[in-house]
Design a protein around this ligand. Structure first.
Ligand SMILES: [Zn+2]
Length: 85
């Protein structure tokens, strides 16, 4: 699967190591159906980006929820009761 996206941070082209500036278009190539491995290609190797590629969308990273409040994922398993391990 291939898709065009804008670099969320500065990256390097996976083929020629040309720098891809933050916000610059890049081709993301998914490897395998279920794999989350992705290869990055800049316009240097993938050619010009499609003209309809949207501009960089400002995204904010949500703060992770307080897991202890949710009662899941105890950080120290040794403190859990025996039957919950
Ligand atoms: Zn390249």
């Amino acid at each position: 699967m291939m898709r065009w996206a804008r670099a969320p941070v500065g990256k390097l082209c996976g083929r020629c190591a040309h720098p891809i500036a933050k916000g610059a278009p890049m081709l993301v190539i998914g490897v395998g159906e279920r794999s989350r491995i992705e290869k990055i290609r800049g316009v240097c190797c993938a050619g010009p980006a499609p003209p309809d590629l949207p501009e960089q969308v400002a995204t904010t990273t949500p703060l992770p929820p307080d897991l202890t409040r949710l009662g899941i994922l105890p950080l120290d398993w040794s403190r859990r009761p025996e039957d919950e391990r």
